[in-house]
Design a protein around this ligand. Structure first.
Ligand SMILES: [Ca+2]
Ligand SMILES: [Ca+2]
Length: 370
């Protein structure tokens, strides 16, 4: 009776049909597992399985931290480090002294977890090469992590004081301002006044630029090309200035890539007061074009004229509120002073000027504003 039922159930499946209708449940299970293993092997079982295991361990670790089960969290942190991070020193200096640390607390473990995540993000970023392009064929330039002196001593008052800023994660910046061709390919719209496929898109609000970045992130995630933890977004003001100054290759020029603005940028004195196709002027030290001039560029931050006096050294991004958003780099309409790498400007969030566009970065999400 039981056997008859099993055979009847078995005969209904697709696999038994392939095998001529004869199978026992155990055999059937083995065949299914073998088939699944074959599929997983075909799609890259090793990395996938490691990733799934890693994510599960981090979830368990986070839970242990939240529950303040510190001994268990310590073991889990060790396990994550041992099994998943090639940089075995990631938590060195923390875990060996953890048990006897006088301030052992959840906060301490959260810091350790952040270190783990940073290691993983950087590892994945190194494995993926966004400079190979994206769904829109955009070109990107890698900007290594580092620190720099932000601001100037001889510019406007909002550029003071000069202060040290740390860029903790590498990121990729658009080699050019976003063009109308790229914008239209993703949104099927073109708000620009100065029309031309290779001209920068302009006359769009901060929100519209942010929406474009989100749509691009979605498209690239779907295509499976985003490094883990990375997204397309507007640059923070600090990232923009760091890249404009040439990052780790900086030659300390007044404009992005030169002390002679005519060499690197379109501005009021060398244009007929209109935008130009991107990339016609010389690039800066990193190979990025038009950071000075052509169209002014939206940044992620709210603008604060006294923000430099409060800005933190690491992960500078803020302030948390404001009437306007930061815009950078000057444009075809304005004078040379606005095209300096240190100059700060700002526009109302809903502004849609014909001299105002944007460029995107591929980066980790920004920290919370100050
Ligand atoms: Ca520009
Ligand atoms: Ca200014």
């Amino acid at each position: 009776m039981t056997k008859g039922i099993q055979v009847e159930k078995c005969a209904r499946g697709a696999l038994p049909k392939l095998l001529g209708g004869a199978c026992a449940p155990r055999f059937r299970l083995r065949m299914i597992l073998a088939f699944a293993a074959l599929i997983l092997a075909a799609v890259g079982y090793g990395p996938l399985a490691r990733e799934i295991q890693f994510r599960r361990q981090v979830r368990v670790f986070t839970h242990a931290v939240n529950e303040k089960r510190l001994g268990e969290a310590l073991d889990l942190a060790e396990g994550i480090k041992e099994r998943h991070l090639p940089a075995r020193e990631m938590l060195a200096g923390h875990t060996p002294t953890l048990a006897s640390h006088p301030k052992t607390s959840g906060t301490f473990f959260k810091k350790a977890l952040n270190s783990v995540w940073k290691g993983v993000r950087d590892r994945h970023a190194a494995l993926t090469d966004p400079t190979a392009g994206n769904v829109l064929g955009m070109e990107f330039v890698k900007v290594d992590a580092g620190s720099f002196q932000m601001g100037s001593t001889d510019g406007n008052s909002d550029e003071m004081p000069v202060h040290q800023v740390q860029i903790s994660h590498p990121f990729w910046m658009g080699k050019y301002e976003v063009t109308q061709k790229e914008y239209e390919a993703l949104t099927e719209e073109n708000p620009s006044h100065w029309e031309g496929d290779l001209h920068p898109v302009e006359r769009l609000s901060w929100n519209t630029a942010v929406t474009f970045c989100k749509e691009l992130t979605k498209a690239e995630r779907k295509a499976g090309r985003l490094p883990v933890g990375y997204e397309y977004r507007l640059p923070t003001e600090a990232e923009w200035e760091y890249a404009a100054r040439g990052g780790s290759k900086s030659q300390a020029t007044k404009y992005a890539g030169s002390d002679d603005l005519d060499e690197v940028g379109w501005y009021s004195s060398n244009t007929l007061r209109e935008s130009h196709p991107v990339g016609e002027k010389k690039a800066n030290e990193l190979g990025i074009h038009d950071l000075s001039g052509n169209v002014r560029e939206w940044c992620l931050d709210f603008y604060g004229n006294k923000y430099y006096g409060e800005s933190p050294e690491s992960e500078a991004y803020g302030p948390s509120a404001g009437a306007n958003r930061v815009t950078r780099g000057g444009d075809w309409f304005c004078g040379r002073d606005y095209c300096r790498v240190a100059d700060r400007s700002n526009c109302g969030q809903s502004a849609g000027w014909r001299f105002l566009g944007f460029r995107v970065v591929l980066a980790v999400p920004p920290p919370k504003p100050q």
